[in-house]
Design a protein around this ligand. Structure first.
Ligand SMILES: [Zn+2]
Ligand SMILES: [Zn+2]
Length: 291
């Protein structure tokens, strides 16, 4: 349930845009910062992706607060999911600890890639010069426990280079973050094919979530000319989430070309055509309380 009296987890959307940041008056309402979502529950905080939205998150953390521990889960290392990290102020405080979590297939590369984007050719401060303590972790099939949060990760094959999705349980609430995946390419696969198994895994992973933050970049019409780009259509995401018993669906990873006016039209149209699920377009700066 969304919106009940608060002792459940709080989900804050710090960046909702896909592909590249889109500042400007045309995108101010839904936001121009790229992917970053925070889940807070009982004194613990996890961060999902480090797109440009993480900069604003970092600014909200009091820098005089003594030791803070950050758990940063990276779905993958495309620019729109890591580019904000060099501007994450808590990394510049020696009192802080930052734990990074990434795919076990690519874990060896995660530290290297993040270090690479801060090479002096691209950025004035190098990763090894950041004063915070930093640790890199490889995710397995086993759920990870952080305080009263439980995080399960699963590989998503249908995105160039792959990505991870995360299912976060906190008390009785569940939020799933499944950005950067192309389910249109697998949702109608013939039975007993790898595609069909991947789609079934997606459906099981999102099942009955209170909130699904889903890759939903295109209309089905736009998708037709963007097959293989690694993103999903609104129609397929809404149909799939409805069938999986998802209660609230946040459409996420907005196409850089979609202005606030365009997204407003989407929201009105699709909310009326999908009566069995609460659909909304994710808006930067919003906090969603889960009961
Ligand atoms: Zn992305
Ligand atoms: Zn990507």
């Amino acid at each position: 349930m969304i919106g009940a009296a608060q002792n459940g987890p709080l989900v804050t959307l710090w960046g909702t845009r896909g592909s590249i940041a889109t500042p400007g008056s045309d995108t101010a309402h839904y936001g121009g910062n790229t992917a970053c979502v925070e889940v807070c529950y009982r004194e613990k905080r996890i961060i999902l992706d480090a797109g440009t939205g993480i900069r604003e998150l970092g600014k909200q953390i009091p820098q005089t607060d003594g030791h803070n521990e950050f758990h940063l889960f990276l779905s993958h290392t495309h620019w729109d999911h890591i580019q904000g990290f060099p501007f994450f102020l808590p990394a510049y405080n020696p009192a802080n600890t930052i734990h990074f979590y990434g795919s076990h297939n690519k874990e060896a590369k995660l530290e290297k890639i993040l270090t690479g984007q801060m090479h002096q050719s691209y950025f004035p401060v190098q990763m090894q010069d950041l004063p915070a303590q930093m640790y890199f972790h490889e995710l397995t099939d086993q759920p990870l426990i952080i305080g009263d949060l439980q995080i399960q990760a699963q590989e998503q094959v249908y995105h160039p280079g792959g990505s991870l999705r995360f299912r976060v349980s906190a008390g009785k609430a569940t939020v799933v973050y499944a950005s950067d995946v192309e389910i249109d390419g697998i949702c109608e696969a013939a039975p007993n094919t790898p595609e069909a198994r991947q789609f079934a895994a997606y459906c099981r992973f999102i099942a009955n979530a209170d909130l699904l933050i889903a890759d939903a970049q295109y209309t089905r019409e736009d998708y037709a000319t963007r097959k293989g780009w690694g993103h999903s259509s609104f129609e397929t995401v809404i149909e799939t989430a409805t069938r999986a018993g998802v209660k609230h669906l946040a459409m996420f990873h907005h196409d850089p070309d979609n202005t606030d006016n365009i997204i407003n039209e989407f929201e009105q149209y699709y909310a009326s055509t999908a009566p069995d699920i609460a659909v909304f377009w994710a808006r930067e700066g919003t906090t969603i309380p889960l009961a």
